[in-house]
Design a protein around this ligand. Structure first.
Ligand code: HEM
Ligand code: CU
Length: 619
């Protein structure tokens, strides 16, 4: 009713949230700095002190009896909340990242299943258009920025120090701060839904609080194209832009930490020649982040200013909507490599372990990683072939885009060659690796097809594009997140997962991904536009479209079942799985594949055993 008033109100709420988060962070920071000796020692000691230690510790620090009741209560909880809120230990922060990524993945996955439910019928019978648009917007944003990026930052935090022989990340506190910026970011991006659900819950009990209905979930698409993103009056869009900005700050802080850790905190034993493949990819990824995310941050600020302060960066009177696309994709294309390179690193790490051979062409995989890192900044305008930029420019971008396929192909050939004549063990992580490479081939080849300008002119904006990138994001990126969770499960939990259930899960996931996204390639080739809530009225609607949509939705259900199996397996096994007593649960020593993180694990198990036998601590 009063859009200006609403916007002001919503932005005040946003400002309060951000300032609150900063104050909270600052207060916590100053506290950890004041209690430096204790916090630092806790960080270094692995902060796995048991209840008894903790209680003793705290009562000593404030000398009182009043607090000790609280600490006794804390000691009785299964998890110590204060410890998880204040930890700066790299493995704890890594674990927090994993937990956050899991929540985001389930939230974004729910969006995906809701999208697919709408598409079961040609009309808008389940949700309305508005909701559908909000769903694909929040699904894309949540998956890219709050699932994959944090999942891999978690891997970096947990494992990079173990791999390069550092005691900690370079800046442990910055690291923790970077993590704690993420929950408020996600809430800002998705506040519309949260307040709406809350508002409805309140309304069900009695009063209808209009404030809670001011924010509607954003419907800009994850690419936030101008002028639509400027014209939408919904104040939630501003919150979304601020939230994304905040998450960018967090990502950059994490990347700086990764780079400095590799450069400065390496064990002298680990030289540039002997650094492992995963650290190489994480290091390169962090480098890309350093150059890509500030571009997004600046563009977001300009968009916020266009929306609120009358600037014309992306309006026709000023820079024009195409400027937004240039800036967005100069960030956006490197972003897809930020997502995929760590997954490549995981394939290169895990696949040789179960092929019983060292990675074939190690050096070439490193070179191709670095080449992708550099080239990824030179291809952004392939997202803009359909906007009518100068044809000569377009052909240069087509050439570079085809060139970037070469290093990716080099990797693929090296993975296949590693398998050749190997002693292959089909464990769950290995099945996911091989399936991931196979699905990546489909994703990659469809990408090369799209890179050619005339083809792109036809397929742009169709389901073909959605099929192509999901073979990558789901087919190899998400697949490798699962593979890594199995591969390191013994190290993370000191227990083994249920192997048979995991193998079933791996196969169903591969099948589910194929059944979901292959029909989308066919739909796209038939001219089905993407981002449509209904296809009943689409021009030239084809009789196969409903069938293909049913198939895709069926595939998504298979993925859903598979994810549920995984959740059940890891939750159950983390509690009651068979305890792992050896530092080499995968028999890697036999084939000379034993690596540093397992050596660290072996040492820790031995230490634990020594402590138990001398009776100084029970755990
Ligand atoms: C269960 C698995 C998934 C299913 C069923 C699924 C399904 C979909 C569907 C149907 C769309 C909308 C297509 C359109 O109308 O244009 C979409 C868009 C998208 N998905 Fe997924 N998806 C899944 C997993 C993922 C993952 C793991 C990622 C990223 C890591 C991802 C990233 C995206 C992005 C970036 C978009 C584009 C949103 C936009 O058009 O603005 N998806 N997905
Ligand atoms: Cu691109």
């Amino acid at each position: 009713m009063f859009p200006a008033l609403q916007a002001t109100l919503a932005e005040s709420i946003a400002a309060i949230l951000v300032v609150g988060a900063l104050l909270f962070g600052a207060g916590w920071l100053s506290r950890t700095i004041r209690s430096d000796g204790r916090g630092g020692a806790r960080g270094r000691a692995g902060s796995r002190a048991n209840g008894r230690n903790r209680a003793g510790d705290a009562s000593r620090s404030d000398g009182g009896t009043r607090a000790s009741r609280l600490t006794r209560l804390r000691a009785r909880l299964p998890y110590d909340p204060i410890r998880w809120l204040t930890t700066v230990n790299h493995r704890d922060v890594g674990t927090l990242y994993f937990a956050f990524a899991l929540v985001a993945a389930l939230w974004g996955g729910t969006d995906a299943l809701m999208i697919r439910t709408e598409l079961l019928t040609p009309g808008t019978t389940v949700w309305d258009e508005q909701t559908y648009n909000a769903l694909f917007t929040t699904h894309g944003l949540t998956m890219l920025f709050f699932f994959v990026t944090p999942a891999f930052t978690g891997v970096a935090n947990y494992f990079l120090p173990l791999f390069v022989g550092a005691d900690e990340m370079a800046f442990p506190r910055v690291n923790a701060l970077a993590f704690w910026l993420l929950p408020p970011s996600l809430l800002l991006v998705r506040a519309g839904l949260v307040t709406e659900v809350f508002g409805k819950a309140v309304a069900a009990l009695g009063p209808r609080l209009e404030v809670l209905f001011l924010l509607e979930p954003p419907t800009t698409g994850w690419t936030m194209y101008a002028p639509l993103s400027i014209m939408q009056a919904n104040p939630q869009v501003d919150l979304m832009l601020l939230g994304l900005h905040l998450s960018g700050v967090a990502t950059i802080l994490g990347a700086v930490n990764i780079i400095v850790t590799v450069l400065v905190d390496r064990d002298p034993e680990v030289t540039w020649a002997t650094i492992d493949i995963l650290s190489w990819t994480l290091f390169t990824t962090a480098g890309i982040i350093l150059f890509a995310f500030p571009v997004l941050g600046s563009a977001l600020v300009m968009l916020v200013m266009d929306r609120n302060f009358g600037t014309t960066f992306f309006l026709v009177e000023g820079g024009g909507p195409i400027l937004w696309q240039h800036l967005f994709w100069f960030f956006g294309h490197p972003e897809v490599y930020i997502l995929v390179l760590p997954a490549f690193g995981l394939v290169s790490l895990i696949l040789p372990k179960f092929a019983g051979r060292t990675l074939f062409g190690f050096k070439f995989i490193v070179y191709s990683t670095l080449a992708i890192g550099v080239l990824s900044f030179g291809v952004w305008a392939h997202h803009m072939f359909a906007t009518g930029i100068d044809p000569r420019l377009q052909s240069s971008f087509m050439a570079v885009t085809l060139a970037i396929a070469v290093p990716s192909a080099v990797k693929t050939f090296n993975w296949i060659t590693t398998l050749w004549n190997g002693k292959i063990r089909l464990t769950a992580p290995m099945i996911l690796c091989i399936g991931g490479v196979g699905l990546f081939v489909v994703g990659g080849v469809t990408g090369v097809v799209l890179a050619s300008i005339p083809v792109d002119r036809v397929l742009h904006g169709t389901y073909y594009v959605v099929g192509h990138f999901h073979f990558i994001v789901m087919g190899v990126i998400a697949m490798m997140v699962f593979a890594a969770s199995y591969y390191w499960f013994p190290l993370l939990t000191r227990r083994m997962y249920d192997r048979r259930m995991a193998r079933v899960q791996a196969y169903t996931l591969i099948i589910g991904v194929f059944v979901t996204f292959f029909p989308m390639l066919l739909l796209g080739m038939g001219g089905h536009p993407r981002r449509w809530a209904e296809y009943a009225s689409a021009l030239g609607v084809h009789p196969t479209w409903p069938v293909l949509h049913w198939t895709a939705t069926g595939g998504a259900a298979i993925i859903g079942i598979s994810v549920t199996l995984w959740l059940f397996n890891v939750a159950q096994s983390a509690r009651v799985g068979t305890p792992v007593t050896t530092g080499d649960p995968w028999d890697l020593k036999e084939t000379g594949q034993f690596s540093r993180e397992w050596a660290w694990f072996e040492e820790r198990l031995a230490e634990r055993r020594r402590r138990t036998t001398s009776g100084t601590e029970e755990d």
